[in-house]
Design a protein around this ligand. Sequence first.
Ligand SMILES: Cc1ncc(COP(=O)(O)O)c(C=O)c1O
Length: 420
Amino acid sequence: MSEGVNQADRPFVRDDAAGSGPGDLFSKFDDVIRTRETLLASGVEDPFSLVMERVLSPTRAICNGRDTILLGTYNYMGMTFDPDVIEAGKQALDDFGSGTTGSRVLNGTYQGHKEVEQALRDFYAMDHAMVFSTGYQANLGIISTIAGKGDYIVLDIDSHASIWDGCALGNAEVVPFKHNDIGAMDKRLGRIPEGAGKLVVLEGVYSMLGDVAPLREMVAVARKHGAMVLVDEAHSMGFIGEHGRGVAEAQGVIDEVDFVIGTFSKSVGTVGGFCVSNHPKFEILRLVCRPYVFTASLPPSVVATAATSIRKLMRGSNKRAHLWENSKRLHGGLKQLGFTLGTDEPQSAIVAVIMPDLERGAAMWEALLHEGLYVNLARPPATPAGMTLLRCSLCAEHSSEEVETILGMFERAGKAVAII
Ligand SMILES: Cc1ncc(COP(=O)(O)O)c(C=O)c1O
């Protein structure tokens, strides 16, 4: 490495002096390193290390010194700056300190953890709620604990990484089926040996393309085969369904679902994960679920903000209606401009714009940023079918005028990069 170059600014450049020969455990990352270096060599700004220098509101931040509209935050209900939520967090910091320094089963259960679990029980009208430190850990913990060696997990091939990791941790037999294909799921379930434990894992909204699962039909198929059902409603909680309980509620099958997984990092506006259920033996999971037991619990300020936010989301129908308006307008406007979208019709608050390739996707991402708009650039392996996507997630706090501004930005950037 040449003198004067700060390694922190070039964290992926290989330093030959520090071992890249046979046996270097990092050699498996060489393809990723090469792709990244080729992309950055084209002069494009690094889409994966943007810094929000200041955050002004759920929809605005200062990035590269410029006022930027945020359209890639999953902050669907815009709760991050809600005055009641902020106040609850400040109060909890004063009353309980900055952290619990302990597991939920030792010194890490405070009054606030009980209150947020009660808020979740009330929100979903379910008997049990268990809060994890992230949504990732909720999937990891629940899936690996309930489906172990000798059990079968039937899951959509486009499932989130935390679902796959939960399957791997539990060591169950994993049987994937084609995305949203009811017939394929039925067939896979039909081939599982008689008497084996069966868990079907689905998502309400799939976050890459923003499409919704046909849960009504899929839950019926799972029931027919005697399988338990877990639905991850990370991208629908707070927004979809009459009470914001998710796609299972919207499709009238929430009472047929055994476990609903969710996160505090999207509509709730903080961090944390959860599982709610009516299973009569659910509480035993608190003693046997390793990603719940062997980690520190959420800080008091986080659970206080989450509880306040969840209770406000129960009365969020006006916000839900406005978010639908925003989603429909953005989807329709982008389609009219000639962009190729992940779904024919708007199905959620995610609008995915399909890019021809990574290079032009990155160029479009950068052009939008220069316009003053932040979206997510997503690429394989996170995306299905090797797609490069610009994923837009709308917020209930985007004004209708902001959505029109966003469409103007897409039009100018799309023409500049020759995508439309
Ligand atoms: C479908 C799905 N499940 C779980 C998670 C994990 O949530 P968290 O950010 O709380 O770890 C995500 C986050 O992106 C997600 O999209």
